[in-house]
Design a protein around this ligand. Structure first.
Ligand code: NDP
Length: 434
């Protein structure tokens, strides 16, 4: 603990994985040899840097940039970049740690990393965003590369920001190295279905999980927190499965629409106008209302998909969801449920999918983008989506089977942690003490 003081989110993520590993080590003691577990918990490298930039009022602003290169046993470091005022080294470390096991679960050749900045994009002009992204890349470029570390988007970083960062990387290196970043625009090397991949993947995982109980998403009442990239495309796929999404949110409040969320209106407000979810209620009219603040988890549902941020769903929220008869919870965000919430779901026999399994579709499709870039190819939407679906089905099967193998059927947390760990651990053991 003293080594990672002031990093509660990292402790939380590490504790959850370590709690699952007891069963592996009891059965296969070689996994605790040569400080393997201690090495897995220590990032290979952490970079912290100054990001100076000039705002529209000609004032100099300073932010802090981070890249945590956690583990490269399975491939180049891979993980998103987050721009949010809450970002600090502990948050990026927890995300990088989770990413390592998530990436292993995809079965694709990618290591784990994460990056970001405490920069707050809210209310900033397009020019300010561009100048910030360029300054961020002026430092980051020396630490990344298609065989070294391949960042992507996350909270506050979408195609616009990736475009500005890619432009600056290309200029600094005088090289069109498409595979250095993923989540790129389609015209310069992006992959079809990448934007949709995380949310779609979460819905695919949910469907597989429900299947184990002879159920499916059709007719289910769903609540999805957030209204960003992951939330929007999770809603889209759930709706296409015949589910009814009745609520979504942003950091200021949530909307409830008993007619079922009109996704094209959400997209118009969030993707085109970069507006607030409160605008939805005013435009939609009858049957819909906006609640400022409050908890979206008070809205009764069969399926809850937390798709906003870490620790957004706590023990008391979980209690309400269970009392209201929730049947399944799948984490679209990273670690959105607190440990107490997870325990309550599992004790109540609610199907629960941890983020490192349920939201792995985004990074998996990023790895598919890298494949397309390496072969200078561009796949169709249908081809990419069917690969994504296959990968999510395999991740589900691997978590499910691992949980059974270790004597806790239906425990996807344990299944995901062990299946991801074993893959990283086997590669590290083969490479000696590094
Ligand atoms: P976006 O920035 O597109 O959207 C984030 C959404 O969550 C917004 O609606 C935002 O509201 C809301 N939100 C953010 N912080 C808070 C907060 N503190 N309290 C309440 N709401 C909040 O991000 P993404 O959709 O890309 O990411 C969402 C989650 O999914 C994150 O945990 C991310 O790590 C995870 N994830 C993302 C992947 C991807 O491919 N993008 C891949 C795998 C995981 P507001 O606009 O008001 O801030």
């Amino acid at each position: 603990l003293h080594r990672n003081a002031g990093e509660p989110e990292f402790h939380q993520a590490a504790r959850e994985v370590l709690e699952s590993l007891g069963r592996v080590v009891a059965r296969k003691p070689e996994y605790s040899d040569e400080a393997l577990i201690e090495r897995i918990c220590e990032p290979e490298r952490q970079i912290i840097f100054r990001v100076p930039w000039i705002d529209d009022n000609n004032q100099v602003q300073i932010n802090r940039g981070f890249r945590v290169q956690f583990n490269s046993a399975l491939g180049p470091y891979k993980g998103g970049i987050r721009f949010h005022p809450s970002v600090n080294v502990g948050i990026i470390k927890f995300l990088g740690f989770e990413q390592t096991f998530k990436n292993a679960l995809t079965g694709l050749p990618i290591g784990g990393g994460k990056g970001g900045s405490d920069f707050d994009p809210k209310g900033r002009s397009d020019r300010e965003i561009m100048r910030f992204c360029q300054s961020f890349m002026v430092e980051l470029h020396r630490h990344i590369g298609e065989y070294v570390d391949v960042p992507a988007g996350d909270i506050g970083v979408g195609a616009r920001e990736i475009g500005y960062m890619f432009g600056m990387y290309k200029r600094l290196n005088n090289r069109f190295e498409a595979g250095v970043l993923t989540g790129k625009g389609l015209v310069y090397g992006g992959s079809r279905a990448r934007k949709e991949a995380t949310g779609f993947g979460t819905a695919f995982f949910l469907r597989s999980m429900l299947e184990t109980r002879g159920a499916d998403p059709e007719g289910m009442r769903c609540v999805v927190s957030g209204s960003g990239n992951v939330a929007i495309y999770a809603m889209e796929k759930i709706i296409s499965f015949g589910g009814k999404v009745v609520a979504c949110s942003d950091s200021a409040g949530y909307i409830v629409d008993e007619n079922g969320i009109d996704l094209s209106l959400v997209k118009q407000i969030k993707e085109e106008k970069r507006g607030r979810i409160s605008e939805y209620a005013a435009l939609r009219g009858d049957g819909c209302h906006y609640v400022e603040g409050g908890s979206i988890w008070d809205v009764p549902c069969d399926v809850a998909l937390p798709c906003a941020t870490q620790n957004e769903l706590n023990g008391s929220n979980a209690k309400v969801l269970v009392e209201n008869g929730v049947k399944a919870v799948a984490e679209g965000a990273n670690m959105p449920c607190t440990p107490e919430a997870v325990r309550l779901f599992q004790d109540a026999n609610v199907l629960f999918a941890p983020g490192k399994a349920a939201n792995a579709g985004g990074v998996a499709t990023s790895a598919l983008e890298m494949q397309q870039n390496a072969s200078r190819d561009s796949w169709s939407f249908a081809q990419t989506e069917s690969r994504l679906e296959e990968i999510m089905t395999n991740i589900h099967a691997s978590c499910h089977e691992t949980a059974e193998e270790y004597g806790v059927p239906g425990d996807y947390v344990l299944g995901a942690n062990i299946a991801g760990f074993v893959r990283v651990a086997d590669a590290m053991r083969a490479m000696g003490v590094i």
